[in-house]
Design a protein around this ligand. Structure first.
Ligand code: APR
Length: 229
């Protein structure tokens, strides 16, 4: 049985399944966001250029929903693991729940629901307003959610940080990702090539399950309770 305390540098590589128990819907599961909303209308740059108000209505709906959610026991167990070992969270989630649970080292591969940027003057700001009322930057241009939408490149600094922490870990724990979105889905391969132990936590198998030394088929919290004992 793998135990976090048997390792020194642990990366938790998390996806939407990590936040299900907080009430945040996944993207592709039952009731998933992309089952109800067409990302080509709400979550890509061409949609934003075409109709920023529509895109903001969707993101304010998400701010409202996610803003009402608290970090769950799984997030807390990941945060507490940092008392035993060095912990880095590399997450695809934009909900900020790892940080709310107290995890310090969080790399947000896909940005954050709680950050906006202005592509005209370069300004950036964080706020947890739900809904966000002021949708234009002081320079007059639209604030854009600082999220990696479909068709966007990932931020160089996040990728560099993820590659370096994953390349240096001795245990990688993937939690709640369907492993179908790239380049994120291939990042665990770096840990395997570096000789780390790989563990997948997901009630369902994924296209990447074969690279893992062990697959725990259960929910994030259930499996983390055992792993962090
Ligand atoms: N505990 C652990 N895993 C769970 C749980 C749970 N309680 N409930 C569901 N899961 C698993 C599902 O089996 C599924 O494999 O979580 C996964 C969620 O998959 P997706 O909805 O595809 O989410 P994710 O992999 O994070 O999506 C990646 O896609 O839409 C884009 O940018 C968005 O970051 C997102 C990326």
């Amino acid at each position: 049985m793998i135990r976090v305390s048997d390792y020194e540098r642990v990366v938790f590589f998390t996806g939407a399944g990590m936040s299900v128990e907080s009430g945040v819907p996944t993207y592709r599961g039952p009731g998933g966001v992309w089952k109800e909303y067409d990302y080509e209308a709400y979550a890509c740059q061409p949609a934003f250029d075409r109709d920023p108000t529509n895109v903001w209505e969707f993101h304010n709906y998400r701010r409202g929903l996610v803003g009402a959610c608290a970090a769950n026991r799984g997030h807390q167990l990941v945060a507490a693991a940092a008392e035993q070992v060095s912990v880095t969270v590399v997450t695809q989630n934009i909900d900020g729940l790892h940080q709310l649970a107290g995890t310090q080292e969080v790399i947000e591969l896909h940005g954050s629901l709680w950050r906006v940027r202005c592509d005209a003057c370069g300004a950036r700001e964080e706020d947890r307003e739900a809904p966000k009322a002021v949708l234009r930057c002081a320079c007059g241009a639209w604030w854009r959610p600082d999220i990696v939408w479909f068709g966007d490149a990932l931020d160089d600094a996040s990728i560099a940080g993820a590659v370096s922490s994953i390349g240096a870990c001795d245990l990688l724990v993937s939690i709640g990702t369907s492993a179908v979105v790239y380049p994120a889905a291939q990042l665990p391969l770096i840990a395997r090539e570096a000789g780390a132990k790989l563990l997948e936590i997901n009630p369902e198998p994924t296209p990447m399950s074969a690279i893992y030394d062990e697959c725990m088929r259960g929910t994030a919290t259930e499996m983390l309770e055992a792993l962090c004992r």
